[in-house]
Write a protein that binds this ligand. Structure first.
Ligand SMILES: C[S@@+](CC[C@H](N)C(=O)[O-])C[C@H]1O[C@@H](n2cnc3c(N)ncnc32)[C@H](O)[C@@H]1O
Length: 783
């Protein structure tokens, strides 16, 4: 690999040189179509958006051109964590300067850069293609860093524009927050971070985030995303947004301070990532999504506290999914809701104002300004397929709503995807009668549109069948080879054709892939096979919980009302922990709320027969429990000890420093213990971590008879090894938790130490713990 500056490789121009194509099975033959062959254009799309005047006429070519290029990769550092600034420093001081001087085959590489509008330099973007990341050892170190830190939740891959809506929601730690359409959860993660902004580890914010999605399987994806953030203040639920249940506190319905409605949409702002949007785009998609988007926003408006704030967003440019929905709901509740002027917030974010006029495109491709202009057709059949609700309100009403306060973000403005964001405040209550009327109207509108669509689809199907019959006749008169040649090769529906430089947690593509799927309230959604036992709060008198509290000396500073579990046949495997606010909400809601998951897993049953306590501390629960744990189970260690624990598998106690050994000997055999390393206390030490650390590290460990082993999942461990020891761990090494290896390395170490007692102890090896550590580590990862 050559170093030094040079030209940029033209084949990386769009951040990708991917040649892999889509495929489909055509009879016995597989037909591949490369993504570069896919047409990144659509005449109907051009016609529609030119007519909408979403940008000035002379700017439209720039917009289209930007929408045809591949999207840069962007990510966010988890700001609420102590490690956030360490991670940022590592990027700024290690990776950026290094990449600046790196070139491959004489071609310069553009280093990652900060998203100027994202607070605290925690938002980043880069265009280095994956192939380049893997080609050089140095760049692959950056790649490995991104993947590992994403897996442990220190970094989240997220499309830049998708980071915008939560920033305008302005979540405070005391807020009750509802994320109505949350999966796969990139924005939920931001909401949780904001909730924890000023909460010390081990404490619970007064507020709560309820993350909801109508799709049960997608709600499970949400659980994975949320669990990376270890928050006791989150509940994941599974309801249609428009039917999110009332939770009663006495006679009052519990309302939320903040609501995010990131509704299902056509996703036509995501063409840079989902190339097939070009091919599939139809103006009709917006028409059929408008009713459900309206219902979700109406429900959110009702569930919002007076004085509260709501954000409505889509990754679509279509005014029918955006301004039409907002204007209708605002006008319906007559002054209860107002658009907020946020032009002074995030000034670096380039945006354009919302529209107050637009046109509706009918199936025949004609565009109309007013409903009445649509030719009625026989018995009004033609006009019935559309609704006045798809059109702008009268000009003076639109003006009064200040639609210019909505934000439109376009691809060419700052090299992102497209997005729509409206920030809404509730300035007076909505009465139950107003709510009911709105619901009835929305229901009738949705039903009428659905019926018209069915009629329209039936007509279209008949026309298609007629056309197919004609072409079958034509094909019969052609030779087989000619008929084959007229077939258009299809492409795989499942691959979005994009390339991610950060594998692992590609949440955004997952979101985009099904964002158009709309779940209606009466659709059976839950897969019973996946349903788990409901959560039950554990009384502190429950024998097993009492034994955990007593053994680990959990102080009363950790409320004992927060422990809960999923009980099966009178027994439970794991203990979870939630905040008092979550407990209150769950108690008030009872079975009304379909809870998919909640809480942090703090203790898990261990498999060691002679252990004093049947439960061990779980890695993800460590930050929550640590401040409340008896000091007997917390050992402050030196860098030498940290290094030993991270480089050896089940190191013998005599490999640790004498002071640490002494403290560990006080800890009962076969139990969890936390080893803590505070970099501030070791600033003058000669030996230091490979990267500069400021945040304290806490390693949950297992104290065996003669050894101490780190008890973390493999991703956490890999992240620590990279940051502390400065080396990338390969898969074989990380999976080296094999009994034989453990025993061999311990015996060798003991022999090297030349102490007969140690050799004897090593040969007797801590078999149960070692096996348990390895197995549960893998199990934790799987869970
Ligand atoms: C655009 S995606 C949300 C992306 C998500 N906010 C994020 O940032 O990761 C829309 C989501 O709405 C869900 N959905 C579809 N219909 C819904 C409905 N009626 N109520 C609630 N959620 C719905 C889909 O399952 C999908 O996960």
């Amino acid at each position: 690999m050559a170093r030094g500056k040079g030209r940029r490789n033209p084949k990386w121009k769009n951040g990708s040189n991917k040649t892999q194509g889509g495929q489909h099975v055509d009879g016995e033959r597989r037909v591949y179509k490369s993504f570069s062959e896919l047409r990144r254009d659509n005449d109907s799309f051009r016609k529609y958006y030119t007519a909408q005047k979403i940008v000035p006429e002379d700017e439209f070519p720039q917009l289209i051109e930007a929408m045809r290029t591949v999207l840069p990769t962007s990510f966010r550092i988890t700001g609420s964590r102590q490690q956030g600034s360490d991670i940022r420093e590592q990027i700024e001081k290690e990776f950026v300067p290094f990449i600046q001087q790196t070139s491959i085959d004489g071609e310069a590489i553009e280093p990652p850069h900060v998203l100027p509008w994202y607070p605290n330099r925690f938002g980043w973007q880069f265009t280095i293609p994956r192939v380049a990341l893997k080609k050089s050892t140095e760049l692959s170190k950056f790649h490995s860093f991104l993947v590992t830190e994403t897996e442990v939740g220190n970094i989240s891959r997220q499309e830049a524009v998708s980071m915008v809506p939560p920033l305008f929601l302005d979540v405070q730690p005391s807020h009750y927050v509802l994320d109505m359409c949350a999966a796969p959860g990139s924005k939920t993660a931001q909401l949780i971070e904001a909730l924890h902004a000023d909460t010390a580890e081990g404490e619970c914010p007064a507020g709560v985030v309820v993350a909801n999605d109508a799709d049960y399987k997608r709600a499970c994806m949400l659980v994975h995303q949320v669990s990376r953030l270890n928050s006791p203040s989150v509940v994941v639920t599974n309801h249609s947004g428009e039917r999110f249940p009332n939770i009663y506190d006495g006679k009052d319905v519990v309302q939320f301070d903040r609501i995010l409605c990131d509704v299902p949409c056509s996703g036509d702002g995501t063409t840079r990532k989902n190339v097939r949007v070009w091919e599939k785009w139809r103006a009709d998609d917006g028409h059929s999504l408008n009713p459900v988007q309206t219902k979700i926003l109406q429900r959110a408006a009702y569930l919002l506290k007076t004085g509260g704030r709501l954000v409505y967003s889509t990754c679509s440019l279509n005014p029918i999914e955006n301004e039409a929905v907002v204007a209708n709901v605002l006008s319906h509740f007559e002054g209860a809701l107002q658009l907020v002027d946020v032009s002074e917030q995030l000034p670096e974010l380039k945006r354009r104002p919302g529209l107050d006029t637009w046109k509706v495109m009918t199936r025949d491709g004609n565009l109309y300004d007013r409903f009445e202009e649509i030719p009625a057709g026989e018995h009004g059949r033609n006009r019935r397929k559309y609704s006045p609700k798809l059109f702008p309100l009268p000009a003076e009403e639109m003006e009064a709503l200040h639609m210019e306060r909505c934000m439109r973000i376009y691809s060419h403005l700052q090299n992102t995807g497209g997005f729509f964001v409206a920030v809404i405040e509730k300035v007076k209550p909505i009465t139950v009668n107003e709510k009911r009327k709105a619901e009835r109207d929305a229901e009738a509108y949705a039903a009428a549109m659905a019926q018209a669509r069915e009629e329209g689809d039936a007509e279209a199907a008949a026309a298609e069948a007629e056309a197919a019959e004609g072409s079958a006749k034509r094909a019969a008169s052609e030779t087989p080879s000619e008929a084959d040649a007229t077939k258009r090769p299809k492409v795989d529906e499942t691959d979005d054709g994009t390339e991610s430089a950060m594998t692992g947690n590609d949440d955004e593509s997952a979101a985009a892939g099904v964002s158009k799927r709309v779940y209606l309230p009466d659709e059976p959604r839950a897969d019973p096979a996946l349903m788990e036992n409901p959560f039950v709060f554990l009384e502190s008198t429950t024998a097993e919980l009492a034994s955990i509290i007593e053994f680990y000396g959990i102080r009363p500073t950790m409320s004992q009302r927060g422990f809960l579990s999923r009980i099966e046949k009178g027994s439970f495997r794991s203990v979870y922990y939630v905040s008092e606010t979550v407990r209150k909400l769950m108690t008030l809601a009872g079975p009304r709320l379909r809870i998919v998951n909640t809480g942090i897993r703090v203790f898990s049953r261990n498999a060691v027969r002679d252990a004093h306590c049947a439960f061990r501390l779980v890695c993800e629960g460590t930050p929550q429990v640590l401040p409340h744990l008896s000091s007997r189970f917390v050992v402050d260690a030196s860098f030498h000890d940290l290094k030993t624990l991270l480089s050896e598998i089940n190191p013998l106690l005599n490999l640790l420093s004498p002071e640490t050994q002494k403290k560990i000997e006080d800890v009962p055999v076969s139990s969890s213990v936390i080893v803590r390393y505070d970099p501030k206390m070791h600033e003058d030490d000669e030996e230091k971590p490979a990267t500069r650390l400021t945040a304290t590290l806490a390693l949950p460990c297992w104290r065996g008879k003669a050894s101490l082993s780190v008890h973390m999942d493999k991703h956490q461990l890999r992240s620590l090894i990279q940051r502390v020891l400065g080396r990338t761990v390969d898969r074989k090494e990380e999976l080296g938790y094999k009994m034989s290896n453990n025993r061999r390395s311990n015996v060798e170490a003991a022999k090297a130490a030349e102490t007969p007692e140690a050799t004897e102890a090593a040969e007797a090896t801590e078999a149960p713990e070692a096996t348990e550590t390895a197995e549960t580590t893998e199990a934790e990862t799987a869970e």
